[in-house]
Unconditional design. Structure first.
Lengths: 479, 484
């Protein structure tokens, strides 16, 4: 039987605000447990929530960037369940009337086509605290620093058909929230994480199969692995004559498997109802338009501009616009290089990306700044150095030896383009190798490479290769 | 000294006839002497009260006293008070000391009012007789075999017995007006959103509203003035200026149109209470008012609607009482479920549990539409009835409670009969309107309350209408025997 995989993602993006969604406490990460939880976050008797207006603007930005409707009226609701890290015994979320609904984004697939993924809704909610098990025996610690942190939960349609597509979608949303400057996207700190709803059905069948939900996955790699594991598991169960149980599962990255999670409450009835402590959020057209004006250039528009402005290939443009930081880096490098867009594209997606991958660092933390790279590219384009020497200079720049001109100067890597000097060198090489000269003249023209190599060796690669070729050919044939 | 009005007390303080310290001591003595039987005060804060009184005396001496500076008051134990236990009448919070002041507590502190202590109440404000309190029932000073009403029974009984000149209360379905009626004092529930709910432990968030108890409308005006106002910490608080309640008291009632809802005078009403209502309305005619019969056709649905909405909200509001961060925690919990089950099982009383169960049921999947959603729809109809009525009348009048104070234990085992004691007050909370109860007569030696209902934000009008009546009658000056 051929199976089709159906995936929908619920992404939780922590909104970049300095204070919490319903209190004035700080949202900074990494403080001592319970030092960033005020009376409201602790859910003490008598306290009341007050909406942080900033989150409304950030959510609206997301809605506008995903072709969604930004609701003129949205309502906060209480999701009731008991858990020790949920101080009030309910989470304030949005249920029937979310702030953003019905939009889409297009993801780029490996075959250079795109696929449209529907966004069902995006709603505002508060995060819960954290249960701490390490360092406690027979007890559980509760850290409420995270309680009340603003989240935007982005719910997709079940439009993805493979783990790869799910990763592409998640990466696209990740890039988008960073483009929009509404979430720092830090997955280690839990600022960006997702739940995956996974089901399978026989290819061609219309009805969806029973789905399972894999909770709290916080890396792109784990999303792919968790979904692939879950798909295999579901196929095994069904082909073995079993049935899929609708349940919540946990992905264990150490064992690379998913397994059923202890349910938060035996019965999953959250008894949603509108929160009587908060008024509905009413937005007018003026507000929505004012938010629209703050939108930055979005990935698609940037990609098209890169293609037309710099003459990049579609593939290069997709790669370079995959994050706002990379796009900015590319544009700054191009500018400093004197408009060498294509060259900059090759270097950013080639040498630089290789370096960053090897070192496991973000482009923001690159040891070579965009301006430094641009300076290097400028020296390639004005023939001060060859592409080959440039790699050597780049390595030195990575080691912190300064900008391109400094390195070229210090190491004497300036290309020898003076034909008189090159001719002198060539003559020396020919004089030292009379046998090879004879053979070349006897018809073994392959030996030209040998002579070029000798000249380059003598100049440590600094001779302009075109010039060397030209002069060699001249002397070998003319003499 | 304890029979003086607030304006007399303030004048006496300013004139140096007595100090706030001596006034405070006087009321503290009365509480210590007389409250043993009444049980209206659960926490007496003697040392803090005397300290606050001395500070008030300095402020008076410095010439920057307000109308409440140096005036003792009792505070319903539902308002959080920094460093002083706030129990809400429950074992669950018997050990709870809030690390912060409710907005109302803070405002009264700033006004220089002197808190004598915290008053007894039905557990989490759920009750109409003050019999559900973990600290035992409050007795009605008019007849100590009878209930004072609830849930603010402690505050009402204390003011009736003149253990304090004024007290705070909260009203979710009648919890200020009904005890005010049963104890023969003046009580006012403001428009929803007029008094901040921040720090007022929530029973039913969309209905709860704090308000004053006093010996007269004029005194209630002074206390309400200090309690009311926009609070950015309460999103349901309304950003609109507060009227000067005292300034409007003397306004003439000539031409006032009073609406009498026929539904409030049906067969459920005690005939003697009805006679008191008729006499009160006659007084108003003499003051120049005209009377019109009106209809609130959906008001009969108030009690069932209320007993869906209020329990639904309370079932969620009380979830935070889980034994994890504060409040009662059971001994040696075996696991998480055991911690929850026993902490809540031991911490809550029967009526609270009953309402949590009703509310949980009403919000459950499959029942939400039939109960909670339907109740909210009817709630809108009830509100619309009032909006329509106020197109033709200035103020609506009727009984506060169908009967006078009933005996302790009389309705305790019959929740539905108990719930019906609030039949005339509940609709006002559902509509979010201001309502008031003033003493209008005695039946068999027990006080009867006249309820006044005003349009949104017309607290000032209500106080004016009540005050003019109190100028020509003396029901509000009658005192229960033994507390004169």
């Amino acid at each position: 039987m051929e199976w089709e995989v159906v995936i929908g993602l619920e992404i939780h993006a922590q909104l970049s605000t300095t204070s919490k969604i319903f209190s004035g406490a700080s949202t900074a990460y990494g403080a001592e447990p319970n030092t960033q939880a005020c009376a409201v976050d602790l859910g003490l008797p008598g306290v009341l929530p007050v909406l942080n207006e900033k989150v409304v603007e950030l959510a609206a930005r997301f809605g506008l960037a995903t072709h969604s409707t930004v609701a003129k009226r949205s309502v906060f609701a209480r999701k009731n369940y008991f858990y020790p890290d949920l101080p009030k015994g309910y989470q304030i979320s949005q249920f029937e009337l979310p702030i953003v609904h019905e939009g889409y984004i297009d993801i780029d697939l490996d075959d250079d086509t795109t696929r449209r993924i529907g966004i069902t809704r995006a709603h505002l909610e508060e995060d819960a605290g954290k249960s701490l098990h390490e360092g406690f025996v027979g007890e559980t610690g509760i850290d409420l620093n995270r309680a009340g942190t603003p989240l935007l939960e982005i719910v997709s349609e079940p439009d993805m058909r493979s783990a790869k597509q799910a990763v592409a979608y998640m990466k696209k949303i990740h890039a988008l929230v960073r483009y929009l400057d509404i979430c720092d996207g830090n997955m280690q700190e839990g600022s960006f994480r997702c739940d995956a709803n996974v089901s399978i059905r026989p290819k061609g069948q219309k009805e969806f199969g029973t789905r399972t939900e894999i909770k709290n996955i916080n890396s792109f790699r784990f999303v792919e692995r968790a979904i692939n594991f879950e798909v295999e598991r579901q196929i095994d169960v069904i082909e073995g004559g079993g049935k899929i149980v609708q349940e919540t599962r946990l992905y264990d990255s150490d064992r690379d498997e998913t397994r059923p999670m202890r349910s938060k409450e035996e019965a999953n009835d959250y008894r949603y109802f509108p929160d009587p402590d908060l008024l509905p959020v009413i937005l007018d057209d003026d507000f929505i338009e004012s938010v629209r004006k703050t939108l930055p250039e979005l990935p698609e528009a940037k990609r098209e501009r890169f293609i037309s402005e710099y003459g990049l290939s579609h593939r290069d443009a997709v790669v370079l616009t995959s994050s706002r930081e990379m796009a900015d880096y590319f544009e700054r490098a191009t500018e400093t290089s004197g408009g060498e867009g294509k060259l900059a594209a090759n270097w950013v997606s080639g040498e630089l990306s290789g370096l960053l991958n090897r070192e496991g660092i973000d482009i923001d933390a690159s040891p070579v700044t965009a301006e430094q790279l641009g300076g290097l590219l400028k020296r390639i384009s004005d023939n001060t150095i060859s592409g080959k020497i440039a790699k050597q200079v780049f390595e030195a720049m990575c080691q912190g030896e300064g900008d391109a001109d400094t390195v070229i100067e210090k190491k004497g890597l300036k290309q020898i383009t003076d034909s008189g000097a090159i001719e002198k060198l060539v003559r020396e090489v020919l004089d030292r190798n009379p046998k090879q000269v004879e053979q070349y003249r006897g018809g073994q023209e392959k030996l030209l490479g040998f002579f070029v190599g000798q000249v380059m060796k003598a100049t440590q690669g600094k001779a302009n290769p075109g010039e060397v070729n030209k002069i060699l050919k001249q002397l070998l044939s003319g003499d | 000294m304890h029979q003086k009005s607030l304006s007399e007390l303030a004048a006496g303080l300013r004139a140096g006839e007595f100090t706030s310290e001596s006034l405070t001591s006087h009321f503290l003595d009365r509480i210590k002497r007389l409250d043993g039987e009444l049980n209206s005060v659960v926490t007496l804060t003697e040392a803090q009260a005397l300290q606050a009184a001395r500070e008030a005396d300095q402020r008076i001496a410095a010439g920057n006293a307000g109308p409440l500076t140096g005036i003792p008051f009792l505070h319903k134990d539902i308002f959080c008070t920094e460093g002083i236990r706030t129990s809400c009448g429950s074992r669950m919070l018997d050990n709870f000391e809030a690390p912060y002041d409710a907005t109302v507590s803070e405002k009264l502190k700033q006004a220089g009012a002197v808190m004598l202590g915290k008053t007894n109440m039905d557990e989490f404000a759920m009750g109409s007789s003050n019999e559900t309190s973990f600290y035992g029932p409050v007795k009605n000073p008019w007849d100590r075999e009878r209930v004072p009403g609830g849930s603010s029974g402690g505050s009402a009984a204390a003011v009736a017995a003149r253990l304090a000149p004024i007290a705070t209360g909260t009203d979710t379905g009648g919890s200020i007006r009904q005890p005010a009626a049963l104890c023969g004092i003046t009580g006012l529930k403001p428009t929803y959103g007029r008094v901040s709910r921040y720090g007022m432990i929530a029973f039913a968030s969309s209905l709860d509203q704090g308000g004053p108890f006093a010996g007269s409308a004029a005194d209630a005006a002074v206390l309400l003035q200090a309690m009311a106002g926009f609070d950015p910490r309460d999103s349901t608080s309304l950003d609109r200026p507060v009227d000067d309640y005292t300034a409007g008291l003397e306004q003439d009632l000539d031409g006032l149109v009073i609406g009498l809802p026929k539904e409030f005078f049906d067969e459920g009403l005690d005939t003697e209470v009805r006679a008191v209502m008729e006499a009160a309305v006659d007084e108003y005619r003499k003051l120049g008012a005209t009377v019109k019969e009106i209809s609130l056709p959906n008001s009969g649905l108030s009690v069932p609607v209320y007993y869906v909405v209020a329990p639904a909200e309370c079932s969620s509001n009380l979830s935070r009482m889980d034994g994890v961060r504060f409040g009662h925690r059971c001994e040696n919990p075996k696991d998480l479920d055991d911690l929850y089950t026993r902490s809540r099982g031991e911490g809550f009383g029967a009526e609270v549990k009953r309402r949590i169960m009703i509310g949980t049921y009403a919000l459950s999947a499959g029942y939400y539409d039939a109960y909670y959603l339907k109740a909210q729809q009817i709630r809108r109809l009830i509100r619309d009835d009032f909006v329509k009525a106020f197109e033709d009348v200035d103020v609506i009048m009727g009984p506060t409670s169908p009967t006078t104070a009933f005996k302790l234990g009389e309705k305790a085992d019959d929740p539905v009969t108990m719930y019906l004691s609030d039949i005339y007050t509940i609709a006002v909370n559902l509509a979010g309107l201001p309502g008031m109860s003033i003493p209008a007569g005695l039946v068999n030696g027990l006080p009867v309350g006249l309820q006044l209902i005003g349009n949104y934000f017309e607290e000032g009008r209500l106080l004016n209408v009540a005050h003019r009546y109190q100028q020509v009658t003396d029901w509000h000056t009658q005192r229960p025997a033994g507390y004169a």
